[in-house]
Write a protein that binds this ligand. Structure first.
Ligand SMILES: Nc1ncnc2c1ncn2[C@@H]1O[C@H](COP(=O)(O)OP(=O)(O)OP(=O)(O)O)[C@@H](O)[C@H]1O
Ligand SMILES: [Mg+2]
Length: 444
């Protein structure tokens, strides 16, 4: 539809006929150029007013921002949208000037571009999700709102690029780069399962809601002197969703997650353990606001059972002290510890948490909900209620495995649609596995 006459004097003929530009590509190119043009001119716009893809592409990790001016070159378009024939394509647009040497693309007559863009098929959709464009077109009397557009753009804190630039800054100021080998860093955008794809108990939901309110009202809590908040202990069997919930909170709150396993920071050089503990907490404070997720928390109990490691004992004391000293209210660090063995923790460890969150085995309704989520994009004719009824004692992770088995089974038979009997036989296989596991357990 782009080559209709309402596009003005667009010389399609100069195209040479061998390559017809894709209208979607042209709209993307003009959106990018317009966004750059408006962003460059308006100092009041920030990185958060740019659509995430554009922001990520132009992110300057040293300065932690998108520097002005944003210049658009052929390779920017290729890397953002995958267009291969940018040079050819932009020839279809009369208001674009192409600098053959610098490969930079500019508007000759910006007003022409603005008018052309707003008449395009899905322009309104694009403008409504692009605060930079919305700010311009709103003033121009078009029915769009900058306010509403900002709601579509996720904040820069979600981006991997943002986290990476924080890390680069820390690495540059710290001789000890090994620090980053001790932890696993997750940016909100890295999280695959958002909180609404996890099936939670009402109790879990309440506790999560409470902590989110605490984070939102941090200043108020500090003002009234309520600081003992923001340390959670997740307890539950393997595969009940502890790690998934911690990550999903990072996604929900748009703050990074610093993941550390206690066994990891002791494994290499025992003598360094206390130092490592301190370093991890320091890192969390530097990345603040963030979540510090300490997995395998029961590891601290091991030290009490063998007294051969005085160094480990010292490390445990360092850890408990670090936990005491870190604060959500003052440092912006939400601490979540997780364990499969709550019974190994003594009172000294327990009393440090203001919220204990239990991850029980899912009951029948929860199992059905989990199956429905995992199967939501799987084709086939099946009854999740029946499967839920036959999977007592299965964890969320077990149920995912059952689905995986059923899908693989159907694929080996050249089907993509699964059947109820695929699921049932996957449950049977899994139950056999569990029996084998129990058998080994009994021998040991
Ligand atoms: N309640 C649940 N709702 C949806 N998915 C779940 C649930 N519980 C577990 N899962 C799925 O099972 C998998 C494993 O869960 P996760 O790693 O979070 O368990 P965990 O409690 O951290 O286990 P571990 O103690 O072994 O570390 C994830 O892919 C997760 O999506
Ligand atoms: Mg886990």
């Amino acid at each position: 539809m782009w080559h209709k006459s309402d596009r003005g004097n667009v010389g399609i003929d100069i195209f040479g006929g061998d390559h017809t530009p894709d209208p979607t590509n042209l709209r993307n190119i003009v959106e990018l150029l317009l966004t750059a043009h408006i962003y460059n001119q308006s100092e009041t716009l920030t990185e958060d007013d740019l659509p995430a893809e554009i922001r990520k592409h132009y992110w300057d990790s040293r300065e932690k921002k998108v520097k002005r001016p944003i210049s658009v070159r052929v390779q920017d378009i290729t890397s953002l949208y995958g267009n291969k024939n940018v040079e050819q394509e932009i020839k279809a647009l009369p208001f674009i000037d192409f600098d053959e040497f610098g490969a930079e693309i500019r508007f000759t007559i910006p007003d022409l571009a603005k008018n052309w863009f707003v008449k395009q098929e899905d322009a309104m959709d694009k403008i409504r999700r692009n605060p930079t464009l919305a700010s311009f077109y709103e003033k121009d009397g078009i029915d769009v709102s900058y306010e509403e557009a900002t709601a579509y753009v996720r904040p820069k804190e979600r981006d991997r690029e943002y986290l990476d630039s924080l890390i680069a800054e820390i690495a540059a100021s710290d001789d000890d780069v090994d620090l980053l080998t001790l932890v696993h860093l997750v940016a909100p955008e890295d999280v695959r399962q958002p909180i609404d794809e996890l099936v939670l108990t009402p109790e879990q939901e309440t506790k999560i809601e409470k902590i989110m309110q605490a984070i939102k009202h941090r200043d108020y809590l500090r003002d009234i002197g309520l600081r003992e908040i923001g340390k959670m202990l997740f307890i539950g069997l393997p595969g009940t969703g502890k790690t998934s919930v911690a990550r999903a909170l990072s996604e929900k709150l748009n703050i990074p997650l610093v993941e550390v396993r206690l066994s990891m920071i002791t494994s290499q050089y025992l003598g360094e353990t206390s130092k490592n503990v301190d370093k991890v907490f320091e890192l969390a404070k530097k990345l603040s606001p963030c979540i510090l997720f300490i997995d395998e928390f029961d590891f601290i109990a091991k030290t009490r059972m063998s007294d051969e490691h005085a160094t480990l004992k010292r490390a445990v004391n360092t850890l408990l002290k670090a936990i005491d000293e870190i604060s959500l209210i003052d440092d912006g660090v939400l601490m979540i510890c997780a364990t499969n063995h709550p019974n190994l923790l003594d009172r000294a460890a327990w009393r440090r948490f203001d919220e204990i969150v239990d991850f029980p085995l899912p009951h029948t309704e929860m199992r059905k909900d989990i199956l429905d989520i995992v199967l939501s994009r799987v084709e086939g004719d099946f009854d999740t209620q029946e499967i839920a009824g036959m999977t007592e004692e299965f964890t969320g992770s077990d149920l995912r495995m059952v689905v995986r088995e059923a899908v693989l089974q159907s694929l080996t038979e050249n089907r993509t649609a699964i059947t109820q009997s695929d699921l049932i036989s996957a449950v049977d296989d899994f139950s056999d596995r569990m029996r084998l596991m129990m058998k080994e357990y009994a021998v040991a």
